[in-house]
Design a binder for this molecule. Structure first.
Ligand code: PBG
Length: 323
């Protein structure tokens, strides 16, 4: 007799496996990122992200409607801004005529019950392609906060449910929180990109937005992927500064960070299954090198198992469809 304990007994049928499963993935916990462009009646596919498009506002409404019918109730919107509207100070981000603000407003008017999350960072609007103000090759921290504040306020005014600072400037959560509160937007939530790493996995997203840095990289503000403890420092600050949710980004190469935040903090933990993670699965699936659907479910479940309460993922619609 080899052993009395035979763990395989608990795997002997689908019924038993389902009975004892520790992790259950639900569409309720997914946030679907959507790219928005100015104009009418147009959707432009993102080449490096098969199945993902950039939508004009009218098309965006159709997409949201379809997703809501599938059970997706939360969306993160990202703007694709024309080069000629970009400048050093990202002023278009809080311009009254900004189509992105209009998109937030229109979606919320048509679908008041859904949750709309925004992106706060200068890069989509910056002629330098950086998340902060660039001066002599350096990213200015405190000066950038003022721009992020104006952007956040404009998004809250447009009706955003969750403000999502993705810029990684120090002190931005506290700065944005107090500005929103002073202006009467005490109900606008903040999901902080708490541990956002300087990652190669953002490549396809930067293609989608045409937002890659014009020079240098983002390593002086996004985190070093060799570090995990630093994420706890960032998280502690975000909690003290009034964040409502903490996020880890990317997700799959950072499952340890998700787990450590989940163990150390009581706020809901989100993980961003980013563009490169999506593109890898899609590319391999297209070549017949792996089963895309099964890989999607395994990846998303792993992120959940690691401790994420919420997952931002480009797979949201596909996942919702196959349930
Ligand atoms: C911009 C931003 C990025 C992503 C979300 N917000 C890119 C970056 O920091 O360069 C990446 C999302 C993805 O890759 O799916 N601040």
């Amino acid at each position: 007799m080899l052993t009395i304990t035979r763990p395989r007994r608990n795997r002997k049928s689908q019924a038993i496996r389902d009975l004892i499963k520790e992790t259950e993935l639900s569409v309720n916990q997914l946030i679907y990122p959507l790219f928005v462009i100015d104009g009418k009646d147009t959707s432009i596919p993102v080449e490096s992200m098969p199945g993902i498009n950039r939508f004009t506002i009218d098309k965006l409404l159709t997409e949201v409607k379809e997703c809501v019918a599938l059970g997706i109730n939360s969306f993160a919107l990202f703007p694709v801004v024309e080069e000629k509207l970009k400048d050093k100070m990202a002023t278009y981000s809080y311009n009254e005529k900004c189509f992105y603000l209009k998109a937030i407003n229109t979606v919320k008017q048509k679908f008041p019950e859904i949750c709309v999350m925004t992106d706060v960072a200068m890069d989509p609007y910056s002629s330098d392609g950086h998340d902060g103000i660039v001066e002599n090759g350096k990213i200015l921290n405190d000066e950038t906060l003022e721009v992020l504040g104006k952007m956040s306020l404009a998004q809250a005014k447009a009706g955003a449910d969750i403000i999502g600072p993705s810029d990684m400037m120090d002190g931005r959560v506290g700065y944005i929180r107090s500005l929103l509160d002073d202006e009467g937007f005490t109900e606008a939530s903040i999901m902080s990109y708490t541990a956002k790493y300087a990652s190669s996995f953002y490549g396809p997203f930067r293609d989608a937005l045409d937002s890659a840095p014009k020079s240098g990289d983002k390593k002086t503000y996004q985190m070093d992927f060799r570090n995990a403890k630093e994420a706890l420092v960032e998280a502690q600050l975000d909690v003290e500064e009034g964040a409502d949710f903490l996020m880890v980004k990317p997700a799959l190469a950072y499952l340890d960070v998700i787990k450590s935040l989940k163990e150390s903090f009581d706020l809901p933990i989100a993980a961003y299954n980013v563009s490169g993670e999506y593109a890898m699965v899609k590319a391999a699936d297209e070549r017949g090198w792996l089963d895309g659907r099964a890989t999607m479910i395994e990846s998303l479940t792993s992120i959940k198992r690691a401790g994420a309460d919420i997952i931002l993922t480009y797979f949201a619609k596909e996942f919702a469809k196959q349930r």
